[in-house]
Design a protein around this ligand. Structure first.
Ligand code: URP
Ligand code: ZN
Length: 467
């Protein structure tokens, strides 16, 4: 099957140029001006951008919530991600109860995601039940195509929490095989103390989520993680950086030669903690995620850090947790609200609208942060994240002239709300190809559930070699 995309403007992390793009089967076969090629389908992309499909390196599909025993929405809801321009996710693979890292990964590939995923996916190993055997399992990451692991420094008292001793040992083992260590950097100990103080005072509404997780609890986690990475020499990646104070810790660590990078997420760039003050529980609970939303000065600092290369990716931290059922667990006490919000389907539109269209980032930077850099960080570049001959034909055709608003009904995400509902949207996704297969046409999902496949990652990815 050959598809020729004609007259579009190719937009990459470094270039913008008029060109035709030829897809042959799953790959990009040719790029050139006025390509004179035969094709089964010719698409006129006049006035449109032709970009690499989005790579979202932080998603939680079919994953245990941090409170309670329910899972987030499953892989069948990744149709929302691809409608929103993301063709590859690096999903987290939490351990299933009493199950090792690798068996949990196999189960995820062969059962949880099978016949469901609409996007290609790589996986981060993720520690959620500490076991002695996990250190040896890391040795097998290269043959399994797993190039990194995530540990939660927060959530003390839940199985998700990883203590510092375990973290150090994980860092040592990861360094031996070229795996990057991702951390959720927050001080669970301090947060638990502050949380309990709130509860004692009867401060139980969602706003106390951010009151009990002030920026210094994040900064302390970042500081400690950087120190441990410095001692063990492993490349460190800080998940979902949210605050100026946390950024200061990254600057401080880099200044003394620590190999540390970080990402931020759509919501931390576009929404402040004010939404948690809403007296309507259902409205406020939608935004309970960790770390907590911050102030406008933090939002500004995050955009600045992206431009300076201090942060190297924008992710969604997608968690499909509905309000009518799962978030109700915390109606009378915010500590029981499962953390996380959906957003895989909105990252592209929100960052284009509130990043590119406001002049906060350039168009090339957009592609870098949404697609090419996450592909590099996770060892799947240039197969993913690139418009170049030989790359997978994961292509978004984007109409920059559209103006509208974000609505759940236009891109249902498998839960009962969209945290960006009613926000302005500039530009929209017309078509998306996943490995040469048309997955989205005129904004509608036209692919098949299960069309996404597991993409093994290469070790010694970008955090080892300089991002
Ligand atoms: O609130 C969030 N982000 N929930 C998902 C788990 C995590 O901390 O990444
Ligand atoms: Zn997360």
């Amino acid at each position: 099957m050959r598809v020729l995309i004609k007259n579009g403007t190719v937009l990459t992390d470094v270039d913008e140029y008029k060109a035709d793009v030829l897809i042959e089967d799953e790959k990009i076969a040719a790029i050139g001006f006025n390509l004179d090629e035969t094709a089964d389908q010719i698409i006129d992309a006049t006035g449109k951008y032709v970009m690499p499909g989005g790579v979202d390196q932080h998603t939680h599909f079919s994953a245990l919530c941090n409170v309670g025993n329910k899972d987030t929405a499953g892989y069948e809801t990744t149709d929302s991600a691809i409608r929103g321009g993301t063709t590859t996710i690096i999903d987290f693979a939490p351990q299933d109860p009493d199950t090792g890292l690798l068996d949990s990964i196999d189960y995820r590939i062969n059962v949880r995601a099978k016949d469901k995923s609409c996007v290609d996916f790589s996986l981060h190993a993720m520690i959620t039940y500490i076991m002695d055997s996990m250190f040896d399992e890391i040795k097998q990451f290269p043959e399994k195509g797993i190039s990194n692991i995530k540990a939660f420094m927060a959530y003390n008292g839940s199985p998700l929490h990883c203590d510092d001793g375990t973290l150090v040992r994980i860092m040592e083992e990861c360094k031996k095989v070229g795996a990057t260590v991702f951390v959720h950097a927050e001080s669970g100990e301090i947060i638990n103390f502050l949380r309990d103080e709130c509860v004692k005072k009867g401060q139980l509404t969602p706003r106390y989520h951010y009151v009990s997780r002030p920026p210094y609890t994040e900064a302390e986690g970042v500081h400690r993680a950087c120190y441990l990475a410095e001692k063990t020499g492993v490349p460190l990646y800080i998940a979902h950086v949210t605050s100026r104070e946390a950024l200061d810790e990254i600057v401080y660590a880099r200044g003394r030669g620590v190999n540390v990078n970080g990402e931020t997420c759509t919501h931390y760039l576009t929404t402040t903690k004010k939404v948690l003050d809403n007296p309507d529980f259902n409205e406020a609970a939608k935004y309970v995620c960790s770390p907590a939303l911050r102030d406008q000065e933090d939002v500004d600092a995050l955009w600045d850090a992206l431009n300076k290369g201090l942060l190297t990716a924008i992710s969604s931290d997608h968690c499909g947790i509905d309000v009518k059922e799962l978030k109700q667990a915390g109606r009378d006490n915010f500590t029981n609200i499962p953390n996380g919000s959906p957003g895989a389907g909105d990252r592209f539109a929100m960052i284009w609208t509130y990043g590119v269209e406001t002049g906060r980032i350039s168009k090339n930077k957009f592609v870098e942060l949404i697609s090419s850099k996450p592909a590099k960080i996770n060892g799947i570049y240039p197969r993913k994240g690139a418009i170049q001959v030989g790359a997978d034909a994961d292509i978004v055709i984007f109409d920059p002239d559209y103006e509208g608003v974000i609505r759940l009904e236009d891109n249902p995400n498998g839960v009962d709300y969209n945290v960006y509902e009613g926000r302005k949207q500039i530009g929209k996704i017309d078509m998306v190809f996943l490995r040469g297969n048309l997955a989205v046409d005129d904004g509608k999902f036209v692919g098949t559930y299960g069309m996404g496949k597991f993409i093994p990652a290469e070790m010694y990815a970008a955090c080892y070699n300089g991002i």
